[in-house]
Structures are given as structure tokens and as C-alpha cells.
Ligand binder design. Structure first.
Ligand SMILES: Cc1cc2nc3c(=O)[nH]c(=O)nc-3n(C[C@H](O)[C@H](O)[C@H](O)COP(=O)(O)OP(=O)(O)OC[C@H]3O[C@@H](n4cnc5c(N)ncnc54)[C@H](O)[C@@H]3O)c2cc1C
Ligand code: FES
Length: 255
């Protein structure tokens, strides 16, 4: 898939809470077809400390409106600078980068699971699956009610199950302790979230022989396979998260 460097126009910068915001970007030329799991490398202007581009997942795409969305958590200087972008500003990105989630087989019972900013690539994935005729369940985990984001967006995909660590909404605990995992038999799980969450989901999938793919959010430098700072140890040897991933089948990861 050809990579492009383009400046897109900010249509909206929607603040979800103290830490999260959604940037809606409009293409000045026709945006390319993208696959769920792919990411963009964002240039952060006006901040000399952040000369390296920041990798951000494609959160949603609307080809009809020639627009896409990025869901971003403020983690440091780069994302904080991005949080101050205004409608009308430009955002320069390299995209689409990385591989993508693989499609399920017909009739597979699918779960999409994630938490924190890891839910970013999962909305695009869910919509993609829905348009292909699949009806995934969604399981989302957050620390507490204040940190729940985008819940209604995911409700449009089908059944959505929720956990909070403090029990303030949904079932109390982590997503791997949610009762749906004992009452439902899934054939395939897609997951993105903190490493501990993905590792726990990988363990669960291994135990019940479920096909599982995770999207890794390793630290990145170049994003195009040149600097090797995103290497991950797999049964196939050292692979770059940016070009061989970010999506990996958990059978391939040495977790
Ligand atoms: C493929 C991929 C997709 C991503 N998608 C998203 C997304 O959709 N939304 C989103 O909010 N974030 C996403 N991230 C993480 C995001 O790239 C980082 O949070 C961001 O680069 C931090 O930049 P910063 O300048 O704000 O913070 P920095 O000043 O660079 O870092 C602040 C703190 O965050 C830590 N950090 C930086 N990068 C990462 C990372 N990749 N994972 C964990 N901790 C990190 C640093 O170690 C440091 O402690 C993704 C990362 C990857 C690799
Ligand atoms: S980020 Fe440079 S090789 Fe992957």
C-alpha cells in the first residue's frame, strides 16, 4: 500500500475529558483506503523537543466525507501540543502505516476487547467488521467512570460490555474477569490496550484455544522500519512493530 505524506485540515478537536481528545481531519485530496489496525505518523509542529513524529492509530474513517479521526491521550509534550490544535489548522501525517487486523472466517463468534487509549483502533475495526457482515461483541475496560470514553460510539457496533477497576460502572475488575468471558464461547479476539491487559487476554485465548490478535503500541522512532527501535521478539525472530505490526497474532509473540 503506497504511503503518503500529506497535510490534512483539522475539522474538529473534541475534548472528551482531561486526558483524551478526538481530532477529525479532512483530506485536501482524496484520502486513501485504510485498513483497521493501521496508523499514521503525526508531525508535531512548534515543539522542538518533539522532532520525531508520533504514531497514532486510525480511529475512524468516513470515505464519503473524505475524513478520518484520531483518538489521542495526552501522554507528554507531543500529544499535549496536538491537543491545542484548532479547526482550520493543518496536521501533517505519513500514512497509512503498518499491517492490519486479519478478517475472521464466516460464522466466527468475535470479541473486540480494549481499554484506555488502546480502544483507538477498535472502533474502525468494529465498523469494518460490521460492514463485512460480522456482529462482534465489544468488551471495554476503564479505571473508573470519569475515564470512560466513546462508549456510545461502540454501542452502535452491537453488544457492549464494560468493566471499571473501581466498580463505578459495569462489572468491577479487569476485562479478563468479566462474566461474558465465562458465559460466551468466542472463536476470535481482537485486543488493544495496556500491555498487561493484552497479555492477560493472550493468556485467556491460549487457555481456550481462541485465535487472538493484539495491536502493540511499542515506542517508535521512524515508523518505517529504519531505526529498529520498535523491535519485538517473536517466534519468527525480531520483527519491527512499525512495518511487521503493529498487529500480531499472540501465537507469534514470546509472551
Ligand atoms: C502503533 C501505535 C499506535 C498508537 N496509537 C495511539 C492512539 O491511537 N492514541 C494515543 O493516544 N496513543 C497512541 N499511541 C501511543 C502514542 O504514540 C504515544 O503516547 C505518543 O507518541 C506520546 O508522545 P508524547 O510526545 O505526548 O509523549 P512523550 O513525551 O514522548 O512520552 C510521554 C510518556 O509516554 C510514554 N510513551 C511514549 N510513547 C509511548 C507508547 N507508544 N506506549 C506507551 N508509552 C509511551 C513515554 O515513555 C513517556 O513516559 C500509539 C503508539 C503506537 C506505537
Ligand atoms: S520505528 Fe523505526 S524501525 Fe520501527
Amino acid at each position: 500500500m503506497t504511503k503518503r505524506i500529506e497535510s490534512l485540515n483539522i475539522v474538529e478537536n473534541k475534548r472528551l475529558n482531561k486526558d483524551f481528545f478526538v481530532l477529525e481531519l479532512s483530506g485536501k485530496v482524496k484520502i486513501p483506503e485504510m485498513r483497521p489496525g493501521q496508523f499514521v505518523q503525526v508531525k508535531v509542529d512548534g515543539s522542538p523537543e518533539t522532532f520525531l513524529r508520533r504514531p497514532i492509530s486510525v480511529h475512524d474513517v468516513n470515505y464519503g466525507q473524505n475524513s478520518m479521526k484520531l483518538l489521542i491521550q495526552i501522554a507528554g509534550k507531543g500529544t499535549e501540543t496536538l491537543s491545542r490544535l484548532m479547526p482550520g489548522d493543518d496536521l501533517n501525517i505519513i500514512y497509512p502505516l503498518g499491517n492490519s487486523f486479519s478478517m475472521p472466517q464466516a460464522d466466527q463468534n468475535i470479541l473486540i476487547a480494549g481499554g484506555g487509549c488502546g480502544i483507538a483502533p477498535l472502533l474502525f475495526l468494529g465498523k469494518y467488521l460490521l460492514s463485512a457482515g460480522f456482529h462482534p461483541d465489544v468488551l471495554l475496560g476503564f479505571r473508573n467512570t470519569e475515564r470512560i470514553i466513546e462508549f456510545n460510539e461502540y454501542k452502535d457496533l452491537g453488544r457492549v460490555f464494560l468493566t471499571t477497576e473501581d466498580g463505578s460502572q459495569g462489572e468491577k475488575g479487569f476485562i479478563t474477569s468479566h462474566s461474558i468471558l465465562s458465559s460466551e464461547k468466542y472463536d476470535r479476539i481482537y485486543c488493544c490496550g495496556p500491555d498487561q491487559m493484552m497479555k492477560a487476554i493472550a493468556d485467556y485465548s491460549r487457555k481456550f484455544n481462541i485465535e487472538c490478535e493484539v495491536s502493540l503500541e511499542n515506542l517508535m522512532g521512524c515508523g518505517i522500519g529504519a531505526c529498529l527501535c520498535c523491535v519485538v521478539d517473536t517466534v519468527k525472530g525480531n520483527l519491527c512493530t512499525c512495518i511487521d505490526g503493529p498487529v500480531f497474532n499472540t501465537k507469534d509473540l514470546k509472551w
